[in-house]
Ligand binder design. Structure first.
Ligand code: 7TS
Length: 415
C-alpha cells in the first residue's frame, strides 16, 4: 500500500498501483473511472484476502467444531469487530451484517417501523435521499397510516430545515431518516442536528451513510443517531454485503426481519424464540468471504486515513468545479466545494446525459448519466437526469482533465 505522510495527504498515483483495473489500457490509457459513488474499484489487498480466505479458512460459520469452521467463524466475527470499530459502535453485537445499505434501511423500516407506527405519527425523509432511504419510509408510513413528510431542498441542493416546525405540527414525529452525504449532489447533511431534533420529539434517527462511510470518518456516538447503514462495495470491498449499526436497546426490542436458520434460540411446533444480537437479524448463510473482504477494505481505507481521503476528494471537487465552470452551456447543481463531498452533477444544455456518457465512454471516461435513484430531487431541480462524476482515493486530476476534454468534444458533436 502507498504511504501517507504525517500531513495526512494521500498519493493517489501510488495508490492506483493497488488497483488491477487500472492496468488495462485502451489506446494507451486506463479507464478514467469517475463513477465511484455507484461502486468503488477493488484493491489487490481485498482480492488477495478473499482468495486466501477461500483457500485456507472457508467453511460455514457458527456451525462446525472442526478447524476450518473455527477459522471461518473467527474471520467473520473479526470482520464484525472491524466494521463496528469503523463507525465507533459501542459494541460489535450492535453491528448486523446485511446484504447492502438498502437491506439495512429496509430492516429498520420493517422491523421497527411496522411495529411502532400508526395514524397520527409522522415519518420524515428528505428530497435529497436516495430511493433506498425514501421508498421504505414512504411504504411503511402508507402501510401503518402514518404521515410521510419530506424536507425540501433549496436551489443549491441543501436541506430547508425551516420546514421542521411545520412538520412537527403535522403529528407525532416517530422517525427521521436522512443521508449523511447525497449521492446525486454531494451535499453534506446536518445529521447531528437532525438527530437532536428527532430525539427532542422522542423519534428515532436513521442515518444512511452509504455515500459517507467510504469518504469521511463516521462516529455513530458523535452523530447521536439510532441506526446507521452502509455498504461494502462503495468502500473498495466486495458487493453483496453491508452493515447496519443500531442501538442495542432498540435492536433488542425489535422483531426479526428475516426468518430462518441461525437466528433462533429454540424452535418447537408451537413456538419459536429468537437468538441473541446480532444473530437475531442474520438469518441463513451470510456472505462470509464478503464479510472478510469488507474488513480487508476497511483496513485498507483506514491505512490511508479517512481524513486524507476526505481532503483529497475535497481538492478534486474544487478542481473539477473550477474546470467545469469554463465549459459553455454547462449547468452545475449542488452546493459550493466547501460544503460537498467528492461528487459533481451537471448538465450540458440541450444534451441528454445518456448521450454525454456514451460519447465520453468512447474515450474510456466513465461517468453516470441518470436520475441516480433520486427522482424527487430531480423533480425539484426541474430535470429528468444529470451527469454525475464522482471521486475516490484513487482519482487523479488527469481524469478530470479527460472529462473536461471529453465534454468539449460532446458539445462539438451534439451541441
Ligand atoms: N444510499 C445512498 C446515499 C446511495 O448512494 C446508495 C447507492 C444507496 C443508499 C444504496 O446502496 P446499496 O449499496 O444498497 O445499493 N447509490 C448508488 C448510486 O449513486 N449509483 O448507484 C448506486
Amino acid at each position: 500500500m502507498a504511504v501517507t505522510t504525517e500531513t495526512q495527504r494521500l498519493d493517489a498515483h501510488k495508490l492506483r498501483a493497488d488497483f488491477p483495473v487500472f492496468e488495462e489500457l485502451i489506446n494507451g490509457r486506463p479507464v478514467a473511472f469517475l463513477d465511484s459513488a455507484a461502486s468503488a474499484q477493488k484493491p489487490r489487498q481485498v482480492l488477495d484476502r478473499m482468495r486466501e480466505f477461500y483457500e485456507h479458512e472457508y467453511a460455514n460459520v457458527h456451525r462446525g467444531v472442526y478447524k476450518l469452521a473455527e477459522r471461518a467463524t473467527a474471520g467473520y466475527e473479526l470482520a464484525r469487530e472491524t466494521a463496528a470499530a469503523f463507525v465507533n459502535a459501542p459494541s460489535p453485537r450492535e453491528l448486523i451484517f446485511t446484504r447492502s445499505a438498502t437491506e439495512g434501511l429496509n430492516l429498520v423500516a420493517y422491523a421497527w417501523g411496522l411495529d411502532n407506527l400508526g395514524p397520527g405519527d409522522v415519518v420524515v425523509a428528505s428530497e435529497l435521499d436516495h430511493h433506498s432511504n425514501f421508498v421504505p419510509w414512504q411504504y411503511v408510513a402508507k402501510r401503518t397510516g402514518a404521515e410521510f413528510r419530506v424536507i425540501p431542498t433549496d436551489a443549491q441542493g441543501e436541506l430547508h430545515l425551516d420546514v421542521l416546525d411545520e412538520i412537527d405540527r403535522a403529528g407525532n414525529v416517530k422517525i427521521v431518516a436522512n443521508n449523511l452525504v447525497s449521492n446525486s449532489l454531494g451535499t453534506i447533511n446536518p445529521a447531528e442536528q437532525l438527530s437532536a431534533w428527532a430525539h427532542e420529539r422522542g423519534a428515532i434517527m436513521v442515518v444512511d451513510a452509504a455515500q459517507a462511510a467510504p469518504h469521511r470518518a463516521i462516529d455513530v456516538q458523535a452523530l447521536g443517531c439510532d441506526f446507521l447503514a452502509f455498504s461494502s462495495h462503495k468502500l473498495c470491498g466486495p458487493s453483496g454485503i453491508g452493515a447496519l449499526w443500531g442501538k442495542r436497546e432498540l435492536l433488542e426490542q425489535m422483531s426479526p426481519f428475516n426468518l430462518g436458520g441461525h437466528m433462533i434460540r429454540q424452535v418447537t411446533v408451537e413456538e419459536t424464540t429468537w437468538g441473541q444480537l446480532p444473530y437475531k437479524f442474520e438469518a441463513g448463510t451470510m456472505p462470509i468471504a464478503e464479510a472478510v473482504g469488507f474488513a480487508a477494505a476497511i483496513d485498507y481505507v483506514n491505512g490511508i486515513g479517512l481524513d486524507a481521503i476526505e481532503r483529497h476528494e475535497h481538492e478534486l471537487v474544487a478542481y473539477a468545479l473550477d474546470r467545469l465552470g469554463d465549459i459553455p452551456g454547462l449547468i452545475g447543481y449542488g452546493p459550493p466545494a466547501d460544503r460537498r463531498a467528492g461528487i459533481v452533477s451537471f448538465n450540458l444544455e440541450g444534451i441528454h446525459p445518456h448521450d454525454v456518457s456514451q460519447i465520453l465512454d468512447m474515450d474510456n471516461v466513465a461517468i453516470r448519466g441518470g436520475h441516480h435513484c433520486t427522482q424527487p430531487l430531480m423533480r425539484r431541480l426541474g430535470v429528468a437526469a444529470t451527469n454525475r462524476a464522482s471521486f475516490y482515493l484513487y482519482t487523479i486530476p488527469d481524469e478530470i482533465d479527460r472529462l473536461v476534454e471529453g465534454l468539449h468534444k460532446v458539445r462539438k458533436v451534439l451541441g
